[in-house]
Design a binder for this molecule. Structure first.
Ligand SMILES: Cc1cc2nc3c(=O)[nH]c(=O)nc-3n(C[C@H](O)[C@H](O)[C@H](O)COP(=O)(O)OP(=O)(O)OC[C@H]3O[C@@H](n4cnc5c(N)ncnc54)[C@H](O)[C@@H]3O)c2cc1C
Length: 371
């Protein structure tokens, strides 16, 4: 079997690795050089338990959250579903080296156009489109608008400064005046080390919202001013969207969508690295089973995301329906050191409590993990 993978981001790299391990011939096309041009907070929510120890671009585990709404709340993180800080450039370059060792033919600075894709559909058995959102396939098949009906928009800077008082924790700040339709929305400070951090803002935007949509650059500038970071030197800057909803269709003839191209980022926080990796591996499992396997791909993804999506839906509902003061009390309750307060908060929010428990207890088997 011979396949092409479009895009050497997390989704494409894991797909290429998984396919090479099955002795499938793989051509991996990346429009830039691997690891270049990444705009990301670089905090991976390791819902799959695939991160083990620092090294190869994995910087350090995040030990706690500092959450700010009305008050400021510290929330230590356990090891069950950990967060890690990544240097994505190094991490992706290392994955690409592993892929090449396994025989993957990597073509850098080789952007795939719509007409290339038409040709490739005839010359490869399968194509995994992991080119992000909007994907190359979406331009060919006319579904690019599906990514932006309702998505998360984000803008961030990498700052040089003194972050020693925060590392190895991360800081998340909620906005008191963000309208319900733009929730979830928040700002983040994710230190990479003591001297640099990715700092950004994210919120939900809708295509129907028109000119009233939040100005992400202004939101970020205001946040930096409030945090006393406006004078810090900016090492890099950029923005993008997180599609936040799995697309209604993931297979077009012999093309399977992977990662952001499939709309797999979290609707709550916009993170999508973990699901990109998983979908790359599952897409290879699917195509190994031919058309019947491909038809089951979306169902497998849904099964993996069921408990996470249920919890995110309840949390988003809270963020949209509660006043800022009520949301602040909820945060204060769930992060309280007092068991009695946490228990009382759970009683007041039974659906949230049970979906959290269900999500925490879920441990799903990961198929043939390639790294
Ligand atoms: C500002 C911002 C901050 C974020 N922060 C986080 C975070 O902290 N944690 C987290 O988990 N997620 C975060 N995300 C989301 C995360 O970046 C994505 O979910 C993740 O990168 C998806 O991986 P992917 O492989 O599907 O796509 P991408 O990482 O987008 O990779 C796509 C690759 O395809 C290449 N490509 C594109 N078009 C072509 C083409 N025509 N031909 C060939 N190659 C092509 C691109 O160059 C790129 O290398 C953030 C998103 C944004 C916008």
């Amino acid at each position: 079997m011979k396949i092409a993978v479009i895009g050497a981001g997390p989704g494409g790299l894991y797909a290429a690795l998984a396919a090479a391990r099955k002795n499938i011939t793989v051509d991996l096309f990346e429009k830039r050089k691997v690891g270049e041009g990444i705009v990301c907070g670089e905090c991976i929510f390791d819902s799959l338990g695939i991160m083990t120890r620092p090294g190869r671009g994995l910087l350090h585990p995040v030990k706690g959250l500092v959450l700010k709404a009305g008050g400021e709340y510290r929330f230590p993180l356990g090891s069950h579903k950990p967060l890690w800080m990544l240097d994505r450039r190094i991490w992706q370059q290392d994955l690409s080296r592993q892929a090449k060792t396994l025989g993957v033919r990597l073509h850098e600075q080789a952007g795939v156009t719509v007409s290339d894709l038409v040709r490739m559909k005839k010359s490869y058995d399968w194509i995994l489109d992991a080119s992000g959102a909007p994907s190359v396939a979406s331009r060919l098949c006319g579904f690019a608008r599906e990514y932006v009906q309702e998505c998360l928009a984000a803008h961030q800077v990498r700052l040089a400064g003194d972050f020693s008082s925060l590392v190895p924790c991360i800081r998340v700040v909620f906005f008191p005046d963000l309208p319900a339709e733009n929730q979830p929305g928040y700002a983040w400070v994710f230190p990479r080390d003591e001297r640099s951090a990715n700092v950004g803002v994210v919120c939900t935007v809708r295509k129907t919202q028109g000119p009233g949509r939040p100005d992400m650059k202004k939101m970020l500038a205001d946040f930096l001013r409030r945090e006393g970071l406006a004078g810090a030197s900016v090492l890099a800057r950029g923005g993008g969207i997180a599609p936040a909803r799995m697309l209604s269709r993931l297979v077009y003839d012999n093309v399977l969508l992977v990662g952001d191209a499939a709309g797999l980022t979290s609707a709550l926080h916009g993170g999508g690295i973990d699901m990109a990796c998983l979908s790359g591996v599952l897409a290879v499992k699917a195509l190994s089973g031919g058309q019947a396997g491909a038809a089951r791909y979306a169902g497998w993804l849904e099964r993996y995301m069921r408990e996470k999506n249920a919890l995110e839906k309840v949390t988003i509902g809270k963020m949209r329906s509660l006043t800022f003061g009520e949301f602040d009390r909820l945060l204060s309750g769930v992060t309280s050191a007092s068991l009695r307060v946490r228990f009382w908060t759970a009683l007041q929010n039974p659906l949230m409590f049970w979906t959290t428990i269900r999500w925490f207890k879920t441990k799903k088997k990961i198929p043939d993990w390639p790294v």
